[in-house]
Design a protein around this ligand. Structure first.
Ligand code: ADP
Length: 398
């Protein structure tokens, strides 16, 4: 079965075509600057050279039209005909409280997605555009929507209701939703395989650390708490996002000459590791500066690791224990020093890192010594594969 996975943003679109009999990627690429001058599409077949097509793309449909033509092109394509695409899986950001798992898209689902769009005004409309474009280009081919928020819908109310007037929750749907659910769920499943135990017998803490970062407490296969909140701004220090701050600071700033827009821009784009270090939002650059002794770069990394450690501690408390901690995402998978630093003060969990294993890259494995009471694992995330798996599961049953 061949599944096309689409991740549509407002002006960009990532895609992968997977052969789900082998779970191998056949081709992948990216459309950029959709609706803007200078748009282009890249197409990378698994066994061929990357091609860049520079053409005006007025909307997502233009981009997808080029993508499916390349995929089925007689010379550079990886399938004989677009008819060989059996199903399409869409990464979708916000499912509100409506979607607790992935769904096959129909008119009713589109309507419900529109209803929750105001919760993710930058993302959901773009995801819907991708869905509608595929309906036109591949009519009759089943589409599945996979939501970033869905995995977290198992949280108990005391974890997701904010201590604000309760009507804000009932009337305005203001609550913790959590994000990165597809990634947290994927690495939890893979961790259970490596640990050789059923997921529903494990207490796991998954740390997705990238440009955006979040941590998830997964008890017996269910997300019971997570560090992002109503929006992906909450929780940890991120590349440019502040994570949790005392909300009064924002009121204070607005009372002292800052506009709401300026504060919004500050906490989303000018804070986090960039704001503290003054160096960059890229953790490689910050680590390089920290190694040279740059105090603010050191502080940015200290804050990052400290918050992760204390959030892990909170989730150990939430689950009354933990069997394994998992690192994933660009930083989680690659930063040997951050992993070592985060795990350095965790004697209470009986963690001893295997220094050699911690230095190995790109491999899903346990990086603690065999006598460690709590295991630590590195698992490269693969949200596209998770989306494709859900797509197969839901469309094969039909
Ligand atoms: P996104 O959240 O956009 O998917 P990624 O998961 O790709 O982001 O993570 C990007 C982050 O990973 C960047 O801050 C980058 O610096 C960091 N990163 C990648 N490789 C390394 C490395 N070897 N050491 C430290 N950080 C790294």
């Amino acid at each position: 079965m061949k599944v096309l996975v689409i991740n549509a943003g407002s002006s960009s679109l990532k895609y992968q075509l997977l052969d789900m009999d082998t779970e191998k990627v056949l081709a992948k690429g990216l459309a950029e600057r959709i609706g803007i001058d200078g748009s282009n599409v890249t197409y990378q077949p698994a066994d061929g050279d990357k091609i860049t097509i520079t053409e005006p793309l007025k909307d997502h449909k233009d981009a997808l039209d080029i993508i499916i033509k390349e995929i089925a092109d007689p010379k550079v394509g990886v399938i004989d005909s677009i008819k060989d695409i059996d199903a399409v899986g869409h990464r979708t950001v916000h499912g509100g409280e409506t979607f607790t798992k992935s769904v096959v898209v129909d008119d009713n689902v589109v309507k419900k997605m529109e209803d929750v769009s105001d919760l993710a005004p930058l993302h959901n409309p773009a995801n819907l555009t991708g869905i509608r474009a595929m309906q036109e280009l591949l009519p009759g081919v089943p589409e599945v929507a996979v939501f970033d928020t869905a995995f977290h819908q198992t949280m108990p109310d005391y974890a997701y209701v904010y201590a604000l007037p309760y009507e804000l929750y009932t009337d305005k749907h203001i609550r913790k939703y959590g994000f990165h659910g597809t990634s947290h769920h994927f690495v939890a499943i893979e961790a259970a395989k490596i640990l050789g135990k059923p997921l529903d017998e494990l207490k796991l803490i998954t740390c997705h650390l990238g440009n955006g970062s979040s941590i998830d407490a997964i008890q017996y296969g269910k997300s019971v708490d997570t560090s992002m909140g109503f929006t992906p701004l909450a929780g940890l220090e991120m590349g440019t996002r502040s994570g949790d701050v005392d909300p009064s600071i924002l009121i204070y700033l607005e009372n002292n000459g800052y506009t709401v827009e300026e504060v919004g821009d500050m906490i989303n784009n000018k804070s986090g590791a960039l704001g503290v270090s003054g160096v960059s939002s890229d953790f490689r650059d910050i680590e390089e500066e920290a190694n040279k002794g740059n105090k603010r770069a050191i502080l940015a990394l200290d804050i990052f690791c400290y918050r992760i450690r204390t959030t892990i501690g909170a989730y150990v408390a939430a689950m009354d224990g933990v069997d394994a901690i998992i690192f994933t995402g660009g930083i989680g998978e690659n930063s040997v020093t951050d992993r070592a630093k985060i795990c350095s003060n965790m004697k209470y969990l009986g963690i001893t890192l295997d220094k050699d294993k911690n230095r190995e890259r790109g491999k899903a494995q346990i990086i603690t010594t065999p006598d460690s009471r709590t295991k630590v694992l590195v698992i490269p995330t693969n949200e596209e594969l998770m989306i494709a798996r859900d797509t197969v599961e839901l469309t094969e049953k039909k």
